[in-house]
Design a protein around this ligand. Structure first.
Ligand SMILES: [Zn+2]
Length: 349
């Protein structure tokens, strides 16, 4: 893939296109932005563009250099990654990088070092990297990939050019998925809105039963009489119990909580619209196509009750990664929502 074909990062593509043409490249970059929006892909395609034998400013994706970079076995393109199960990138990995930086490129004009999860370096590794950045070698480019900038030392940041990647707009993800998958349009539409601007996340959602789970949760939670204990048990039996490890169960629980969160954001939106324009605005609802039942349910609730539930869910999401009993967390949140619902009905009558 030429790097100019990367989705929805036009300002970045433009920047690098000019930088390559005018030979104005920095010796170090930080690519930052949320997970799954193309930072690593861009780093790889950029490395190809710099080393391609057929195209001076982009990649042909077929010459030996492009092929070897794709297969991650080009001698001048180095990948540094956190080892599986390790909490941080190890100092040895950064030392290896430091030693290789000193050598000239073997075959190409540039040596490129790509550090994945650069926001997960401990103090030692960070200091070692800083030393390398302080003494830049000619024809060497170091790319740090980081979902978040906070853990990266100021002294490292100040030596790198920071490139911020934006979430991909849902309409672009929707048209990409429509071209690649034969899933039903409603499912594709929902995934494009739910994936948070991440194509990687969207592709993952396409492969599992997330959409079906969301439909089930939304249907059950907008029923006039929701039995909290039955629903909580159902969520635990049908979804949480399918996770093999605690980590997997946590991920499933986060997904369940996000489905409920989006449902209440939709209810708030419907409430604010107060009956008009919901049909025209349905694209901005996560659960588009369910306007009628959302409206009915929103009529029962006050804005304050809806925002109360949203706050409760956001609070619960924070607790998922702590060592709490996750079944209890599900029961707790469903019970709180039921209390709000039952107060709403009392208010009605
Ligand atoms: Zn090529």
């Amino acid at each position: 893939m030429p790097f100019t074909d990367i989705l929805a990062q036009d300002h970045i593509i433009d920047h690098f296109n000019k930088a390559i043409k005018n030979d104005h490249l920095s010796h170090a970059y930080i690519f930052t932005g949320q997970d799954g929006i193309g930072k690593t892909l861009f780093a790889k395609e950029f490395a190809k563009a710099l080393n391609c034998k057929n195209d001076e400013n982009d990649s042909c994706n077929s010459c030996p250099n492009c092929n070897r970079i794709e297969a991650r076995n080009h001698p001048d393109v180095f990948w540094t990654e956190r080892e599986e199960k390790a909490k941080f990138i190890k100092i040895e990995n950064i030392r290896n990088l430091q030693n290789s930086v000193r050598l000239s490129p073997l075959e190409s004009g540039y040596k490129i070092f790509i550090i994945k999860e650069a926001d997960r370096m401990n103090e030692e590794a960070s200091n070692c990297l800083l030393k390398t950045l302080e003494e830049p070698s000619p024809n060497t480019i170091i790319i740090l990939i980081a979902n978040t900038m906070t853990p990266i030392k100021d002294t490292i940041r100040s030596r790198c050019q920071i490139i911020r990647f934006q979430p991909i707009p849902s309409r672009i993800i929707e048209s990409q998925l429509t071209g690649e998958s034969d899933a039903e349009p409603n499912k594709i539409g929902w995934i494009s809105r739910f994936c948070n601007g991440s194509l990687a996340n969207a592709l993952h959602l396409l492969d599992d039963n997330h959409y079906e789970m969301n439909n089930n949760i939304v249907t059950r939670m907008t029923e006039p009489k929701m039995d909290n204990l039955v629903l909580a048990e159902e969520l635990i039996d049908s979804y949480l119990s399918t996770g093999d490890s605690l980590e997997e169960k946590r991920q499933i629980l986060k997904s369940i909580l996000h489905c409920i969160l989006q449902l209440y954001r939709d209810l708030l939106m419907v409430k604010v619209m107060n009956g008009h324009d919901v049909q025209q605005e349905k694209m901005s609802l996560y659960n588009a196509g369910r306007e009628e039942s959302l409206q009915k349910h929103a009529n029962y609730l006050t804005r304050e009750q809806i925002t109360y539930v949203i706050d409760e869910i956001l609070e619960s999401i924070k607790y998922v990664d702590l060592n709490l009993n996750i079944n209890l967390l599900v029961e707790n949140i469903i019970t709180r929502i039921t209390v709000v619902n039952s107060k709403a009905r009392e208010y009605e009558t």
